[in-house]
Design a protein around this ligand. Structure first.
Ligand SMILES: NC(=O)c1ccc[n+]([C@@H]2O[C@H](COP(=O)([O-])OP(=O)(O)OC[C@H]3O[C@@H](n4cnc5c(N)ncnc54)[C@H](OP(=O)(O)O)[C@@H]3O)[C@@H](O)[C@H]2O)c1
Length: 324
């Protein structure tokens, strides 16, 4: 038997129940992973609450790392004992053991501990595509990064700095401002205390930024549009405060022929080659010391409700993991 988190219905953190389930034998093309660490991502809260509806009953969780404990028929590229991680796919990572198709697994480099991969692989591959594919960031670009002290922010900000960008970050508190500065932000705005677009105009001499990375959504969307230079790009990639409002395309014209995109990691790592490229790029920025992996919170699997409460209450900084 093996512990896993299940939900029968959408709702608050209390709908997550830790159950004992039978250990499944891996099917053809699958392996069973003895998981050591499980990543917590804001998307898990959307799938739990129903903001992103999923078929119920269901497991939860997008990413984890551990050791291969059993191998199914036809698997040749991985062996028992290999250290692996995954990010994305069907929810169900909140578990002590998990069977997974091998085409979604990546090998862990020796220098990357399981808890680092579990906490940061999804966030790291997200930072990769946001900075290198959604738009190609180059030296001198000015960026506004919302939730700069959060999990994705803790990777996106130092990576953007290494490309020569100037980074303005937003955070919810003075304490988080110190973390955002440590991650490399040139300027930090505390939204709630300061008006974001006005501050951005002040800092950029009235010009506005080239790109806004907005994962907060509802509360920041309008200010993000107003922070852009003419023909700037708004990358709306999350909804931590709720879904952004619907927008009339004419608004983009009025505010300076702006561009708007709403990307999602799954569409950038759809093929095996894309997955391997994104994971390798992330492991490389760790190896190069550009991203210094940091885990802000560690929980036990049976503290999953507490972990979600803290994530949704904005009480976390950087990345969070559950240890098995
Ligand atoms: N599209 C994609 O491919 C993709 C992939 C990964 C993640 N994401 C998105 O990226 C964002 C960050 O994910 P993460 O897992 O690293 O989470 P996170 O940034 O660690 O946590 C979310 C942060 O958002 C900020 N926030 C602002 N208003 C909030 C509100 N009303 N309620 C809760 N939080 C609020 C908080 O920081 P402050 O207290 O500083 O405001 C909070 O810590 C999420 O929106 C997630 O959905 C998108």
């Amino acid at each position: 038997m093996s512990l896993q988190v299940r939900i029968e219905q959408h709702g608050g953190p209390e709908v997550m129940q830790l159950l004992d389930a039978p250990e499944l034998a891996p099917g053809p093309g699958e392996v069973r992973i003895a998981q050591q660490a499980i990543g917590l991502n804001f998307i898990d809260t959307y799938q739990r609450s129903g903001l992103y509806p999923i078929a119920l009953p269901s497991g939860l969780g997008q990413e984890a790392a551990g050791v291969i404990a059993a191998v199914g028929a036809g698997v040749t590229q991985f062996r028992i004992g290999d250290r692996v991680a995954y990010a994305g796919g069907a929810p169900g990572a909140y578990a002590a053991q998990r069977t997974m198709p091998v085409d979604r697994l990546v090998q862990l480099p020796d220098g990357v501990p399981a808890e680092v991969a579990a906490a940061l692989l999804l966030k790291g591959m997200t930072a990769y595509y946001l900075l290198h594919q959604t738009v190609v960031i180059k030296a001198g670009d000015r960026l506004l990064v919302h939730a700069a002290a959060g999990g994705v922010g803790s990777v996106l900000v130092p990576w953007a700095k290494s490309l020569g960008a100037e980074v303005i970050g937003t955070v919810g508190s003075e304490q988080k401002a110190a973390h955002a500065q440590r991650y490399g932000c040139d300027t930090v705005i505390i939204y709630g205390q300061q008006e974001v677009a006005a501050e951005v105009r002040r800092v950029t001499g009235g010009k506005g930024v080239d790109v806004v990375y907005d994962s907060v959504g509802k509360d920041t969307f309008a200010g993000s549009l107003d922070s852009l230079r003419p023909r700037g790009l708004l990358v709306s990639y999350g909804n931590a405060s709720g879904k952004p409002p619907a927008i009339d395309p004419g608004t983009l014209m009025q505010k300076g022929s702006l561009f708007l995109t709403r990307p999602m990691l799954a569409h950038y790592i759809a093929t095996r080659a894309e997955l391997e490229t994104a994971a390798a790029a992330f492991f490389q920025v760790i190896a190069d010391g550009i991203v210094k992996p940091e885990i802000g919170q560690r929980y036990a699997l049976d503290e999953v409700q507490l972990a979600h409460r803290e994530l949704e209450a904005r009480a976390t900084r950087g990345a969070s993991v559950m240890l098995v």
